[in-house]
Design a protein around this ligand. Structure first.
Ligand SMILES: NC(=O)c1ccc[n+]([C@@H]2O[C@H](COP(=O)([O-])OP(=O)(O)OC[C@H]3O[C@@H](n4cnc5c(N)ncnc54)[C@H](OP(=O)(O)O)[C@@H]3O)[C@@H](O)[C@H]2O)c1
Length: 253
């Protein structure tokens, strides 16, 4: 599937005005999830914005207690009710745990897609082996969403997305703000007269097949993040960021 370089992560957004502002600024990919408890907020923002629904990608995620074979369809319908939509564009399995069983969960998710409740099926927080197993049960893995920022990213997940040609949706591209303290990022930002946020987003989106979904609340942050994908980093700068020592992932299993 085709996703814009920068979409909006909505975890923690509790005001529909932020969603409307994002859409007015030009965001065309909104990422929510059952566990964020804000599908209603996202739906309300979509409803009051002027954006044509056909030009918008709306993604939500089934939480780990919604992955039983008989739960997938009613849980998806509940998400659609909260969003006020007939269908989403992308429905993810949020994490491969809890009630997740590839043999039962994935056929149920495929059935939901065939029934027209989502156009595409995505996975999130899978490792390469789990992706391989899932591939046997799905028509297609349309996107994989994983933690990906200068302080934590996994080359194996990037390679899988690039080799097989699906978007890797990089979540927490600013490491929730922790990249602002990373000296390498600060130095590169100064060289470009840019912000550390812009450098992180530019780095994440410099890779083929990678798009990202920073969360932002203010119009200034929303606009800056959308523009950040246009910042061109040199190969040497990209390699300096790749060489930053890994920290712990923010969202371990
Ligand atoms: N699939 C998963 O398991 C999973 C897990 C975690 C996150 N996600 C997705 O990824 C999205 C983003 O991740 P995240 O929310 O963890 O963190 P993030 O996008 O890395 O960072 C968000 C933080 O950075 C600030 N910020 C945003 N733009 C900024 C800018 N230009 N300058 C300075 N500060 C800026 C935000 O502040 P303000 O709000 O004040 O602008 C917020 O505090 C989530 O919303 C969610 O959609 C998915």
């Amino acid at each position: 599937m085709d996703l814009p370089p920068v979409g909006l992560g909505t975890m923690g957004i509790e005001d529909e005005a932020v969603v409307k502002t994002a859409l007015d600024c030009g965001y065309r990919h909104l990422d929510t999830a059952q566990i964020y408890d804000n599908e209603g907020v996202v739906g309300a923002g979509i409803a009051v914005a002027d954006t044509d629904r056909a030009n918008l990608t709306v993604a939500t995620k089934l939480w780990t207690d919604a992955l039983g074979a008989s739960a997938v369809r009613p849980e998806t319908e509940d998400s659609l009710d909260r969003l006020g939509l007939d269908a989403v564009d992308l429905l993810y399995v949020h994490r491969p745990r809890g009630d997740y069983d590839p043999d039962t969960t994935l056929p149920a998710v495929e059935a939901v897609r065939e029934a027209g409740l989502t156009e595409y099926v995505g996975l999130s927080n899978f490792d390469p082996d789990q992706l391989a197993v899932a591939r046997d049960h799905l028509d297609a893995i349309a996107a994989h969403q994983a933690e990906f920022h200068p302080l934590y990213w996994r080359e194996s997940l990037l390679a899988d997305a690039q080799e097989r040609g699906y978007p890797l949706v990089a979540y927490s591209p600013l490491a929730g703000g922790r990249v602002f303290e990373e000296q390498t990022i600060v130095d590169i930002a100064e060289a470009h007269e840019a912000t550390p946020a812009a450098v992180s987003i530019a780095w994440v989106t410099s890779y083929d097949n990678v798009v990202t979904i920073p969360k932002a609340s203010s119009q200034a942050h929303l606009e800056a993040n959308l523009a950040a994908a246009d910042l061109q980093l040199s190969d040497a700068e990209i390699q300096r960021i790749e060489a930053i020592e890994y920290e712990e992932e923010l969202f371990p299993e």
